[in-house]
Ligand binder design. Structure first.
Ligand SMILES: Nc1nc2c(c(=O)[nH]1)N[C@H]1C(S)=C(S)[C@@H](COP(=O)(O)OP(=O)(O)OC[C@H]3O[C@@H](n4cnc5c(=O)[nH]c(N)nc54)[C@H](O)[C@@H]3O)O[C@H]1N2
Ligand SMILES: Nc1nc2c(c(=O)[nH]1)N[C@H]1C(S)=C(S)[C@@H](COP(=O)(O)OP(=O)(O)OC[C@H]3O[C@@H](n4cnc5c(=O)[nH]c(N)nc54)[C@H](O)[C@@H]3O)O[C@H]1N2
Ligand code: SF4
Ligand SMILES: [Mo]
Length: 673
């Protein structure tokens, strides 16, 4: 018998975006890395390998409906389900509708949602979970470079002299990126890995230097380093003069705090600061990575820009001296941003506030002029308030689990439970959010759907099905198109996914994220080439790269207060709706926990395994203590456990520019039982 050809696809988990090759035999799927893929070169981690065992587990296979949330669900037909969605959309005023999408949707799915909602329905009241994840990086890229889009690429790791990681734990969250870093270190032992993080994470443990700064003091550190590089004459003044604007005002703001005082406020030693200065002042290739430790903060945009300023001021935007690279969280948050799913965006990195951008999309979608609204829509956090104010009455959630992942769980719960809200949830399993819905639309999942995704280094690849979807489920694309057709909207009759991509890709023509010449069947393409702006022509109005002054801040805590950092575990994916079904991925991660500084805990008579109550004005939770190596007065707890959702204690406070939530700085007190 002829062996069955392996199927090339992509991983549904992190933004590293590994290309996979799946060998199928009957109901078993052997997941390997796709060695032919130039981006991730055949590497992968255990998550997709293990996940392949449980793809049929716990699936919902029939649409479920209840008029009122206090009633039990009853199964209904797809015709009825689609009819109910359409009826709600037509019977409510457009201002009462809201849509909440996900960086785990494929590009074709996000594009179709955008076309339906921003185009045909004429409302920008749509947002994605990237608001909680990448919004600060998006805004900082636009402010500095003139457009969204990470500048560097993974190949920069392979000849780096210094890898500078801040606010990111790639050993857990981007394991294949981290393995590539370790491989560079192995091949070239002089390579320095430096990690800036209040916690001595696995990444920090495997680094040459851990710089355990205090939570919230990144801006102070980056300003101090910039000012000191200037004082030592180590800035690249040629580059600054030639290619940038705004350096002087940025420097003058950076100089407001005396260097020693700034370093002290960060809680780090002057030796640690010297290590950073030495690397940045040298001619070495320094490649910088960051993620949620910088993005998820009330000054998230400032932290991003402060970090980038260090690279700009030392002329580091190129192959020989390095560059900063924003790590993307979800597998297709990049594609979602390209297709315009955030509340202010349109496809091809366009903006609803730009008249010519609107006209291009209206024309492409056969809409009359002025159909697309020029006003950015509400962010998801504003939409939650709007539900509570009885203004938003219809919420359609696709591929995300907001009950657990938005801040202030009790507030989200009140909103989702609101008697006047009709909640539609499109998911492949019964998530906590789905269990609160009026209508559940059961979807195909990874392994059953097709389309494309873009990873953290701008590399687009195809995702292909390798198994049959359970009978009774529909693909996300089918659902969107069926609703559009039920609403009587033309232009949603696609013979296949290729025709969706081919329609979308034209909207990227002559944009930074241009993929318009790519063929869907053979899609394997890094838009923008290896590195953006290698000609030093930037996407800003002046074509110069922009320095922006950033305000220094630092941690302040009351006497009894601790700062609570929340984040990920190594093997589970977010709210565990799927990875929680796999025993191997649950091992050591079965229970939520609170990580404490060991010596600090012992001073308080707290032992490992003790149950402890942590509280603030929003509520309280009981968690089991584990000891770790973190800065004093700092705690860590993972956020994905629905049995003790840590967002119960995280207030809905946001960055003023990106509106991204500050998930890493809730203040709490501790009580031992
Ligand atoms: N295993 C696994 N991998 C994942 C995911 C998952 O759920 N599970 N999710 C994916 C997604 S969507 C995302 S967004 C990424 C997130 O990837 P990461 O951002 O790497 O993960 P986090 O755990 O959110 O936080 C990163 C680090 O920021 C540090 N930090 C907190 N406060 C500060 C601060 O003030 N300054 C600095 N410098 N650092 C600080 C934390 O201590 C933490 O170690 O992971 C992706 N990969
Ligand atoms: N405290 C705290 N909170 C955080 C964070 C933090 O660091 N701390 N991080 C934030 C970040 S960065 C992120 S990205 C978010 C993530 O938050 P969410 O996106 O809400 O979390 P997930 O568990 O990934 O939810 C994805 C949902 O999609 C479903 N799903 C899977 N595949 C498919 C599919 O093919 N189609 C459809 N329709 N559904 C599918 C899953 O079953 C699951 O219910 O959490 C944010 N919240
Ligand atoms: S590193 Fe990320 S993209 Fe690669 S296999 Fe692991 S989870 Fe998937
Ligand atoms: Mo994320």
């Amino acid at each position: 018998m002829k062996p069955i050809e392996p199927i090339q696809t992509g991983c549904p988990f992190c933004g590293t975006g590994c290309a996979l090759s799946v060998e199928c035999s009957g109901d078993s799927y052997k997941v390997k890395g796709d060695k032919t893929n130039p981006s991730t070169q055949g590497d992968l981690c255990f998550k997709p390998i293990q996940m392949a065992k449980a793809l049929n587990d716990a699936r919902i296979t029939v649409p479920m409906y209840r008029k009122h949330k206090y009633e039990p669900f009853k199964p209904i037909s797809w015709d009825e389900a689609i009819g109910i969605v359409a009826k709600n959309i037509t019977s409510l005023p457009t201002e009462a509708l809201y849509f909440y999408l996900s960086g785990q949707l494929l590009s074709e799915e996000s594009y179709l949602f955008t076309k339906l909602i921003k185009g045909h329905l004429g409302t920008n009241n749509v947002d994605a979970n990237s608001r909680l994840c990448m919004a600060s990086a998006v805004v900082s890229h636009k402010m500095v470079f003139g457009s969204d889009g990470p500048v560097g690429n993974y190949r920069d790791i392979d000849d780096a002299d210094v890898i500078l990681i801040s606010g990111s734990n790639p050993a857990w969250a981007h394991p294949v990126v981290f393995r590539r870093i370790l491989a560079r270190k192995k091949a070239h032992p002089q390579t320095l890995i430096i990690t800036i993080d209040p916690i001595r994470t696995e990444t920090a443990q495997k680094s040459d230097h851990w710089i355990g700064l205090h939570s919230g003091s990144d801006t102070t550190l980056y300003n101090a380093l910039l000012a000191e590089l200037y004082r030592r004459g180590k800035c690249d003044f040629e580059f600054i003069r030639r290619a940038s604007q705004g350096f002087e005002k940025t420097l003058s703001e950076a100089m407001t705090l005396p260097y020693e005082e700034a370093i002290r406020l960060c809680g780090i030693s002057s030796e640690s600061a010297e290590i950073l200065l030495d690397s940045l002042a040298s001619e070495k290739k320094v490649v910088g990575f960051w993620c949620q430790g910088l993005n998820q903060a009330t000054d998230g945009v400032m932290r991003n820009i402060g970090f980038i300023n260090l690279f700009l001021s030392t002329g580091r935007l190129n192959a020989h001296k390095g560059c900063p690279i924003s790590l993307t969280g979800q597998p297709n948050a990049m594609g979602g941003r390209e297709t315009g799913y955030l509340s202010n965006a349109l496809p091809g990195y366009r903006d609803v506030r730009n008249a010519s951008h609107r006209t291009t999309c209206e024309h492409h979608w056969n809409l009359s002029p002025n159909h697309i609204s020029p006003t950015p829509g509400m962010t998801i956090n504003d939409a939650i308030d709007s539900i509570l104010e009885n203004k938003t009455k219809f919420l359609w959630v696709a591929c995300t689990n907001p009950l657990i992942t938005l801040p202030d769980v009790q507030k989200t719960q009140r909103a989702l439970n609101h008697t006047d809200l009709f909640l539609v949830v499109q998911d492949c399993v019964m998530s906590q959010t789905a269990s609160m819905a009026n209508l559940i639309l059961p979807t195909h999942s990874w392994g059953e759907k097709e389309g494309s995704m873009t990873n953290s280094e701008r590399f687009i690849k195809r995702v292909r099905p390798f198994k049959q979807a359970p009978w009774g489920t529909k693909s996300d694309i089918e659902i969107i198109c069926d609703v559009a057709k039920a609403l009587g909207i033309a232009g949603f009759d696609y013979p296949d996914t290729a025709s969706v991509f081919n329609e979308y890709k034209q909207l990227t023509s002559n944009r930074l994220c241009d993929q318009s010449t790519q063929d869907y069947d053979t899609l394997s393409y890094q838009w923008g080439g290896e590195r953006l702006y290698s000609d030093e022509v930037f996407a800003t109005a002046s074509t110069k790269v922009q320095f922006h002054p950033i305000v220094s801040s630092s941690l302040s805590l009351g006497e009894k207060e601790f700062v609570l950092i929340t984040g990920r575990t190594k093997k589970q994916w977010h709210t565990m709706t799927r990875t929680g079904l796999v025993g191997e991925l649950l091992k050591d991660e079965e229970e939520p926990y609170l990580l404490m500084n060991g010596s600090e805990a012992q001073e308080m008579n707290i032992r490992q395994g003790d149950k402890i109550k942590i509280s603030n004005a929003l509520g309280s939770l009981e968690l089991m203590v584990r000891f770790g190596d973190l800065a004093p007065k700092h705690l860590f707890s993972p956020f994905g456990y629905s049995s003790a959702p840590i967002n119960t204690l995280v207030p809905a406070v946001h960055d003023p520019f990106s509106f991204q939530t500050a998930f890493k700085s809730a203040k709490v007190t501790l009580n031992k039982f």
